[in-house]
Design a protein around this ligand. Structure first.
Ligand code: MLT
Length: 237
């Protein structure tokens, strides 16, 4: 596990990287793909988003994302996963711009492979990671360079499943910390996340329903993999 601001090239090269931004970018991507979105293009900022969208055939694309948790003016959708219904996203490609999540995904681009993880698709991610030979880096998007409890806890859950309860010695200290958090909190995800910095910081902006939804484990079978800058669902392929 590493935080999204502290990448060394060696953390990415020849590795499969799982980017975790539980609240809410990863959960939104997983939900959008589950509900039939064709793909998600993560962008680093509003400038990139408008450059890409200008050159596209608009009926097939949605411009979406948030700043400080709020939908950006003029965008089609914000960052509430519950807004990414089949009705709105089916067959669309989503240009997605968020404060931390999409930046962490972009920064992971040097990896051999980038996949997107959340509690919602935890099992699908674990099964996939068990099937590959690559070394694995779990990137916790966090918030403006700081650690976010929900991302570390999700990393801890993934690690616990992968190592079957016992940590091998070779894992990095970050993975040991994430595993320790998992051991302390166990399955009581919602309670822990309710007291996280994110939940407190955005309590007037992000709904209870969003928080509850993003804490659900193994709700969706989606394997979001980024290829040539576009994230699509590879589950079952
Ligand atoms: C982010 O990328 O920082 C988050 O997804 C913010 C949010 O939940 O809106």
């Amino acid at each position: 596990f590493i935080s999204s601001q502290s990448f060394q090239e060696e953390d990415l090269r020849d590795r499969t990287v799982v980017v975790l931004d539980v609240l809410r970018a990863s959960s939104t991507i997983v939900t959008a793909l589950h509900n039939g979105a064709k793909g998600v293009i993560p962008v680093g900022d509003m400038g990139d988003a408008s450059k890409i969208s200008q050159n596209l055939d608009s009926p097939h694309y949605l411009l979406s994302g948030e700043k400080d948790g709020v939908k950006i003016e003029g965008y089609d959708l914000g960052n509430s996963p519950l807004d990414y219904t089949t009705e709105k996203v089916e067959s669309k490609t989503i240009i997605f711009n968020t404060t931390n999540g999409t930046k962490a995904i972009k920064r992971s681009g040097l990896a051999t492979e980038v996949v997107i993880g959340s509690f919602l698709n935890l099992n699908t991610i674990v099964e996939y990671l068990q099937s590959i030979e690559n070394d694995i880096t779990l990137v916790c998007a966090g918030w403006r360079g700081r650690l976010a409890l929900e991302d570390l806890l999700c990393a801890g859950n993934i690690i616990a499943e992968l190592v079957n309860g016992t940590l091998p010695e070779y894992v990095q200290d970050g993975a040991k910390v994430a595993f320790g958090l998992y051991e302390k909190i166990g399955d009581d995800i919602e309670d822990a996340i309710r007291n996280s910095n994110y939940a407190i910081r955005l309590k007037d902006i992000v709904s209870e329903d969003d928080l509850r939804y993003c804490c659900k484990r193994n709700e969706l079978k989606v394997l979001p993999v980024m290829k040539e800058g576009i994230i699509s669902d590879f589950h079952g392929e």
